[in-house]
Design a protein around this ligand. Structure first.
Ligand SMILES: O=C(O)CCC(=O)C(=O)O
Ligand SMILES: [Fe+2]
Length: 295
């Protein structure tokens, strides 16, 4: 009955809650990128075909031997832990706002339900930010939260990424689920050391005119703290996103109307801040109505 006193903002509709045990995914493609870095004889076409198949079948895959140095990932993970171990006032000092959207926040909403997570958004700049503060404090998470039923909430609600492509680092705790395309089941993505997860985002879905679909995913609430770092590839804000000219034809017409990425992104971001009474913006809103051919 613990859920009764839980803040209702976090409660997922029954059909969106994670089942007590989510099967670990079998067969998520694991792609070795090392041929890209070989001196010669690189079979880029074969690798591209593998990426194409994975994007089509799953919209999700894991890359290994990607040439990002282990110590770079370790330093980023260390900086992340140091930041989230800071006292609330220090984190709040760099809180994001509707006007300045980068920084710390803990009240994100996905599909109008509050996520059980904290985040720190940043964009790459020419001048790297200063190193994290030297004073690292331990987190003050209680072992259990009275009256709080984690199984009713999600760390991050079900969604598809609005970007072109996401490169995601997750630590060894796990909890990321992807909706398997072949049967619609939620399956858990097993953490693989020294790997990144790549997922196809909405923009690639539109550019490819639905050939590569954006994968739906979510994150469960864990007993243990979990850290992840998603890197979202965005085009320039003035970009008009639409199916690529070279792949649309009379037989295969564009399935989407063009939309301005910058406008889409800022509308989506506004919905992250608070629960809206309407559905947040989705690419489905730009899908052309099916043409009915009456003879
Ligand atoms: O934390 C994760 O593993 C996933 C993060 C994610 O899906 C997102 O931020 O869009
Ligand atoms: Fe995501």
């Amino acid at each position: 009955m613990g859920g009764l006193s839980m803040d209702q903002a976090f409660v997922q509709a029954p059909e969106h809650r994670a089942k007590p045990s989510v099967a670990e995914a079998d067969g998520i493609p694991v792609i070795d990128l090392s041929p890209l870095f070989a001196a010669d004889g690189v079979d880029v076409d074969a690798l591209a075909a593998e990426v194409g198949r994975a994007s089509q079948d799953w919209g999700f895959f894991v890359v290994v031997r990607h040439a990002v140095p282990e110590e770079v990932v370790a330093r980023a993970a260390e900086a992340q832990r140091a930041f989230f171990a800071l006292p609330p006032a220090r984190r709040a000092a760099v809180a994001r706002s509707e006007a300045a959207q980068m920084g710390y926040y803990a009240s994100d909403h996905t599909q109008n339900v509050r996520d059980w997570k904290e985040a720190f958004d940043l964009v790459p700049t020419r001048h790297p930010p200063p190193p994290p503060p030297a004073v690292v404090l331990d987190n003050k998470w209680p072992d259990d939260l009275p009256g709080f039923s984690p199984d009713l909430a999600l760390g991050l609600g079900h969604h598809k990424d609005a970007c072109a492509l996401t490169v995601l680092y997750q630590d060894a705790v796990g909890g990321l689920d992807v909706r398997r395309r072949c049967d619609g089941e939620w399956v858990r993505v097993r953490p693989i050391p020294q790997s990144f997860i790549i997922n196809v985002g909405d923009i690639v879905q539109v550019w490819s005119n639905d050939r590569y679909e954006s994968a739906e995913h979510r994150v469960a609430v864990n007993v243990e703290e979990r850290f992840s770092m998603p890197f979202f590839f965005y085009p320039a804000s003035y970009t008009m996103v639409e199916p690529l000219e070279e792949i649309v034809s009379e037989e295969s017409p564009a399935r989407y109307n063009p939309y301005c990425w910058g406008k889409f992104f800022s509308t989506r971001k506004n919905g992250d801040f608070k629960k809206l009474d309407v559905d947040n913006i989705q690419i489905a809103h730009f899908r052309k109505k099916a043409l009915v051919h009456i003879q």
